[in-house]
Ligand binder design. Sequence first.
Ligand SMILES: [Cu+2]
Length: 365
Amino acid sequence: MRYLKKTLTLFITLAASSTSHAAPAFPCCPTDKDTVARPDAHAPISVMGDHTHGEGQWMLSYRHMSMEMENLRRGDVRVSSEEFFLADGGYTVAPEWMSMNMHMLGIMYAPTERLTLMAMGNYLETEMTHEIVSQTAAIMINGGETKFTTYSRGLGDLKVSALYRFYLVENRKAHFGLGLNLPTGSINKKDKLPSMGGATEQQMPASMQLGSGTFDLLPSLTFVEQFKDWSWGAQANGVLRLENKNSNNYRYGHKLELLWWIGCNLAQWLSLNGGLSYNYSDELKGVQMSVNRMGGNGRSVSTAFGENYGGHHLDLILGINLIKPTGYLENHRLAFDLRLPIWHDLNGYQLEADSVLTFGWQKAF
Ligand SMILES: [Cu+2]
């Protein structure tokens, strides 16, 4: 949440400084080339596959995403750790807080006017803090410490996709995408976890693993309409698991995201954007192999059970896109956006997302 204050302050400062002099008029997208050189030609930076490129064009990108999660939730209500420890026959360990930092490198290339190819790899760092049900249990399984933290880091899954622009009429365009998630990220990460007689190195639950472990299909459909100094877009994207289980005997649920955004150019180099993202994700299927499911209180930790994965959430997106239109660093883009949950309805017991901040650099050649 500390990002929120910073972002809002920056927003207000930028908005105030830009509206004090009239925004320059520039033509509305007479050619495809011109439409990509305006700050709102890209969606908020956390949206993937939002644009296509002109024939022969390349683009490199780097994104950094940081997510924080805290507070346990059941459905759409918060629950205390006391309530949680009594649930479903008794959990022994409660997740308390989680953070994920993801570095994403992307490359795009358009072999034809209509087709853009895309590849993206990522490196992840994840941390999770936990609380043990009681001091007595902590003495038996964790040397008396009621709190413990687990970590994982490494390369995540690689995504390759193709975007096909099937529609371009005046100021409106649309493309569909079809991608594949390659399970390059490890699903065998271990760390010290509490167990009878003291903490030992053990397999961590899916939420701490670096990839899905399955080949997944990534379809998407995107529509954008540009006006003189503003634009809007919408996208539907999904993740369809192509395999019933990964090598650890489980798979994540299928996912659907519906996105809507609006971008407003305050200057030739600056746009502010806002949007909404609705996410649905199914439960985790299967039983996670080698993950401990038993604890002194009955069950081990909520993340060891598939029913505590997935659900619905609706996020508000607030972002800024910057582009250098001419001169030194011409066409370099910098952008960031903040996603704040406004509603969640989660399956089982889960930590709720607190905020997701993404910033990124992009450059087309
Ligand atoms: Cu691009």
